[in-house]
Design a protein around this ligand. Structure first.
Ligand SMILES: Cc1cc2nc3c(=O)[nH]c(=O)nc-3n(C[C@H](O)[C@H](O)[C@H](O)COP(=O)(O)O)c2cc1C
Length: 378
């Protein structure tokens, strides 16, 4: 495709794939799209391993990395001891989690034994994110750095600029778009409320043209549509509205390469678009995920209000890890509770395809949609 974004990044097709799975990134970048690896959960050492692996497979193709440094965070400056973090978690939240597990026949013994890692949430702050990013930027094929929540902080902008790497930001509302453009962000991912993971509440169909209009005073700012997009016809619709491409996260979760819990994968393949929910029960901020008795229990009358990020993760993740493990071992209570982030496009994700095939299908469906539109003008 002859577009200025494709030329700038050296790609053939402006389909951006967000994934935590390096195999997905390699397949998409090799197929002409652009893979973006989520590295918030990594250390500099593990990022090196992942990106060395990618560098050995993508050839000349570019790829990107994604970090999550929110504008607002409980104890943003970090440096709290495990005891201080512990003191911020009301006992009621842990009791609620234990009740959910017990109600589904799951033993809660030892649930909190791992304790609190003194470095918990470090990558969400400059201290941790800077080191991880420095390692990522040593890899030449990294051509884009994206921040998930809020304006990319000055250290991120400066480090990327120094290497001539583009900076992107997830954008859930018009006012975010303006802040991002003012900060000099090159590429906005306008992610509607249909999206899996963290999301706002404005629909993609409304948000994409709203963001495009909002950033007109900053010419040269690229906009990708995101949220609920799992087909080439939806990509064509976004580009008909003026987007430079699309960014997808959910569609890769049911691919053969994805490391999604197989129980959850089957649930996703069977789910329709109404079986997701926006809930603060996992991270403390709103994320869209597969609805299950776990998400229902956090919305039931009398349920505690989820804690702010990153504290809610300390309450939810040990339980969700146990649920994941037991569900794969065949435990029926855990299988019922099992959930993961996914967007409303899940209703159209009905077959476990390879990631390369997904890109191929996008290309064909996109071309057919363009032909349909062109025929209206004849
Ligand atoms: C499983 C999963 C994990 C996600 N984790 C992140 C993340 O770490 N950083 C980020 O920028 N976005 C993350 N997202 C959101 C995606 O970047 C993107 O906004 C979203 O997937 C787009 O909507 P879609 O899921 O309908 O394709 C995640 C999405 C999913 C489905």
């Amino acid at each position: 495709m002859n577009s200025s974004l494709c030329r700038r990044l050296g790609i053939r097709f402006p389909l951006f794939a967000f994934s935590h799975c390096r195999d997905v990134i390699a397949e998409v970048s090799r197929a002409g799209g652009f893979g973006v690896l989520g590295i918030v959960g990594h250390t500099p050492e593990s990022v090196k391993i992942e990106l060395d692996w990618l560098d050995a497979r993508v050839g000349d193709a570019p790829y990107g990395v994604d970090l999550l440094v929110p504008g607002k965070l409980d104890a943003k400056e970090g440096g709290l001891s495990p005891a201080e973090i512990e003191a911020r978690i009301p006992p009621e939240h842990r009791r609620h989690v234990e009740r959910i597990l017990r109600d589904h026949g799951i033993d809660t013994a030892g649930l909190w034994d791992a304790g609190i890692d003194a470095n918990h949430g470090d990558n969400l702050r400059e201290s941790g994110a800077r080191a991880v990013l420095a390692e990522a930027l040593r890899h030449e094929r990294v051509r884009l750095v994206v921040n998930a929540l809020g304006v990319p902080p000055p250290f991120m902008m400066a480090m990327a600029r120094e290497r001539g790497v583009m900076v992107g930001a997830l954008t859930g509302a018009r006012e975010h778009a303006i802040k991002h453009a003012q900060a000099g962000v090159d590429l906005l991912v306008a992610a509607g409320g249909e999206a899996g993971g963290h999301c706002g509440d404005v629909a993609t169909m409304v948000l994409v043209p709203e963001v495009i209009e909002a950033v007109k005073p900053w010419p040269g700012t690229f906009v990708l549509g995101a949220g609920g997009i799992v087909t080439g016809r939806q990509m064509a619709a976004c580009m008909a509205m003026g987007a430079d491409g699309v960014w997808c996260g959910s569609v890769w979760l049911t691919t053969r390469e994805a490391e999604t819990n197989p129980v959850v994968k089957q649930k996703m393949l069977a789910a329709d678009s109404r079986q997701t929910v926006r809930s603060r029960s996992r991270t403390g901020k709103y994320t869209r995920q597969l609805r299950s008795p776990w998400t229902d229990a956090w919305q039931a009358p009398g349920a505690p209000d989820p804690l702010p990020m990153p504290l809610q993760g300390l309450v939810s993740e040990p339980a969700l890890a146990r649920i994941d493990k037991l569900s794969q071992a065949g435990d029926p209570g855990a299988q019922a509770l099992a959930t993961y982030w996914v967007g409303q496009g899940v209703g159209l994700m009905n077959q476990p395809l390879g990631a390369r095939q997904v890109v191929q299908d996008f290309m064909e469906d996109f071309a057919s949609a363009c032909e349909r539109l062109a025929a209206f003008g004849e």
